[in-house]
Design a binder for this molecule. Sequence first.
Ligand code: ATP
Ligand code: MG
Length: 165
Amino acid sequence: MAWTDEVIRAARPGPASTVGISEGPSLLIAGPTGTGKTHQAYGAIRALLTARVRLRWEAVTAADLYARLRPRSGHDTERDLQSLARSPLLLLDDLGAAKNSEWTEELTYRLINHRYDHLLPTLITTNLPIAELRAALGDRVASRLAEMTERVILTGPDRRRQRST
Ligand SMILES: Nc1ncnc2c1ncn2[C@@H]1O[C@H](COP(=O)(O)OP(=O)(O)OP(=O)(O)O)[C@@H](O)[C@H]1O
Ligand SMILES: [Mg+2]
């Protein structure tokens, strides 16, 4: 994938013939359900690891993110948010699939804005057509995604249904 090549090019030498990542491009993979977005995103991460890029990476669906960060007593959700926001590589899967509220919009904004400000490589998948990102995610998130990400649009049938017929 062109994106993995770019991330590798942005990498710096690390210990024992590995390379580390500090800044790099981000990628938005869009397309309907079952077209292979999540599959491609993990494939890109695997390609980086295979290319000896050593980095901490985290993957989370947007729905899990909101569930995990919902304020609850005895739990420092702010720290969880910071940990994801600062992860050298983050896969945010299924953005825009969960019901939106002011709270989810603000949380998404804070996460994306941190990664935007620090040029942290971020993989994002979404079922939403590009034209609907702004309405679904809010202006501030959509505007940052437009600037920071390259886009790949996957098309084709739902691979899950294909298999069962
Ligand atoms: N290139 C591929 N080769 C073989 N199987 C694939 C490929 N891409 C995806 N699949 C399989 O097709 C199914 C759907 O893929 P995936 O979960 O990546 O879709 P998705 O676009 O993320 O869907 P959703 O929008 O519902 O999250 C999975 O079972 C996956 O393993
Ligand atoms: Mg998926």
